[in-house]
Write a protein that binds this ligand. Sequence first.
Ligand code: FMN
Length: 299
Amino acid sequence: MKTIDPQDTKTAEVHALLLGAIAPRPIAFASTTDSAGNVNLSPFSFFNVFSAKPPILVFSPARRVRDNTSKHTLENVLETREVVINIANYDIVEQMSLASTEYDRGINEFVKSGLTPEASVLVQPPRVKEAPVAFECKVNDVISLGPEGGAGNLVICEVLLMHVNENVLDLEGKIDPYKLDAVARMGGDYYLRATGDCIFELPKPVRNKGVGIDLLPEFIRNSSLLTGNNLARLGNTEVIPSEAEVEAFKSDPLVKYTLSKYKSDSIGLRQELELLGKKLLEDNQVEQAWKVLLLSDKL
Ligand SMILES: Cc1cc2nc3c(=O)[nH]c(=O)nc-3n(C[C@H](O)[C@H](O)[C@H](O)COP(=O)(O)O)c2cc1C
């Protein structure tokens, strides 16, 4: 493990390490205007949502490490206290990247990137028509994090109005991650496209109180086949199957077949059942996985 003290390290290096490690980061594609109405559009990956009531988004245009100057977006929000935060997806990722070019003040990156400005309802900056989601916001506060190059400026935005393209909604009206086709920023020039196998479901442990890994049977905790992720899935279970339920599971066709196949090889049988338990866990058949694993210890 390499240990790094940011005080003794060049800002550019600290910056690269932070951006490499805090990844993937969502991207605020921010449209702003100055007090004369000139439009600006730039992406910011120091960005997230921090509150739902009030709905608050925060992004951070940093002072340039190179020459300690500030970004036009920051100057604009300080002047007008308004911003539209557009969400960029894969369809417009290269246009979003082009809009990050350090054009002179007053240059409209909608024009440079070929994206379409659509009039907002409540604020002056236009939104990006091609963006699947856009948030019209007022700026409640701007907090400077320091005077030096690299210092961020937290732009605290309250969402006044949300626009969501119906094409990214599922039948229940929720945003479908596969339809959204979101992109996120990694370190260096790397991006992530949230699509296909990248997306997976992990049920939230909010409704139940799982036993926790510490209370799993010792032979399970010490298994060389089960990973930390496998153990956590087991630890998220509230009620462990009873002995009778485990016994009854011997009649499951696959278990029955495995038991007969390894009739005279108890070590092989135990290993096979553990493997089956692992597979069931990974297929999210947690109750069956428990039964198979508990059975493997009984034989
Ligand atoms: C995907 C992406 C994310 C970025 N995130 C940030 C960021 O969080 N903070 C920042 O200061 N600059 C960030 N940049 C760089 C700015 O977009 C760039 O400096 C831009 O020219 C600023 O424009 P402005 O001066 O018109 O506001 C990012 C660039 C890209 C392509």
